[in-house]
Ligand binder design. Sequence first.
Ligand code: FES
Ligand SMILES: [Fe+2]
Length: 386
Amino acid sequence: MRPPVRLEVMRRLITMSKEPSSEIPTRSSHVSVDRYIDLAELEKERIALFRRQPIIVAHVSEVPEPGNFVTEDVCGVPLVVLRDTDSEIRVFVNACRHRGTRLVSDEKGTCKKAITCPYHAWSYRLDGSLLHVPNEEVFDALDRPNLGLRIVQHEVRHGFVWALIDPPDGAALDIAAALGPVLDDDFDAFGLATHHVARKVSSTRTANWKLVMDAFAEGYHLKSLHRTSLSRFFLNGQIVDDCAPHIRQVGARKTLLEAAKGHEDGWDLRRDTTPFYNVFPNAVLVFHPLWLSQMSLMPEGVDRVRVVHRMLVAEEPADEVARARLEKSFTHIHEEVFEKEDLAIAESIQTTLRSGANTSVLMGGLEEGMRLFHLARDRALAELAT
Ligand code: FES
Ligand SMILES: [Fe+2]
C-alpha cells in the first residue's frame, strides 16, 4: 500500500471509529447451506475456481537452489514446483507419463539431475523432458517429445509462484491483470517480492474450505471468538474494499486512536492497523505488525480442507531476541488464534449444516467481506455455466 493510500485508509478508519455507519452497511444477506455440503457444488468449484483461476502453489524462497522442489495438491491436481539448473522455476503435474505414478511424494526436497519414477524408473530432466526409459526397445515408436512432464502455466509475481491449471480458452497467465490494480500495487508497495518464508505449516481440518475463508473474510467475530486472544488490540469494525473478485480489508488497532491525536506523519499503517486481503479464490494475506500470514485453503473433499500457513518476513531477525519474538508471535497467531479459534469454529459449523437448523447462512453489515467473497464465487461459477 503506497503512502497516499495508507493515509486515506487510516483517515477512513479514524472516521469509522467515531461514525461506524460511514463504513459499515446495514444489510442482511444469505447463502444456501448447500454450497458447504453438496458434492456437486465442490465439483463446480473445482473447475471454475481451482482449475481456471491462478492459485498460489509456492513461494520462491521455498525453492532457493537449483533442483529444489515443493509439492502441492490443488483440488485433486498434484503439482511439483521445481527450480531447474538454469534457475528457472517451472510447475509440472506430479504424475509419471508412463502409468501415472506420483513422481515425488515428499512435501519438499532436492532432485540432483533428474526425477525418477519409483515404479519402472522412467526419468525426466529438471526441465521436464523425458530422459530415460528402461528397456525402451520394447515400446513401439515411443513419442518421446510428447512424453515430457505435463507443464502447467505459471508466473512468479510478488514472490509467489502462481499456477493456472486449465486456462479458459488457452488464455495466457497474467497475474498483474488477475490481481487488478489495487492488490497488484499494494503488494508491490509492501515489497512482498523480497520477503521470504520463515515458517510453513499445514493441517487438514474437517470443514468445507469456504467456511475457513468465511472466518478470514469478516471481523464481526473479533470481540467474541477472539475475545481473549486478539480483541484487546483492536477497535470494532474494519473497512472493506471490493476489488472484485478480491477483497481488501483493514482493521483498526487500538493504537490508531492515540496516533490520531498527533500529526499524520506519525501514523504507522503496520503498527496502527491490520490490512488483510482475500485473494480469490482461496488465499488470504494478513499483515501483522512484524510479519505476515499467507494462507492457502486447499479442498480435499466437500468437508475437508488442508490449510497451508506461511509466515513471511521481510528480513532475517537481527538477533536471537528478535528471532524469539517473531517465533512467539507466530505461535500465538497460528496455534491460539487460527487453529484453536478460526479453524475450530469452521469445524463446529460443518457439524450443524446437515441438521436442518438452517437452510441458509445469514450475514449482516459486519460480514460484508464474506458476502463479497460468495458473490465472486457465484459469478465465477455462473461464467462457467455460460
Ligand atoms: S508409472 Fe512411472 S515408470 Fe511406470
Ligand atoms: Fe478470526
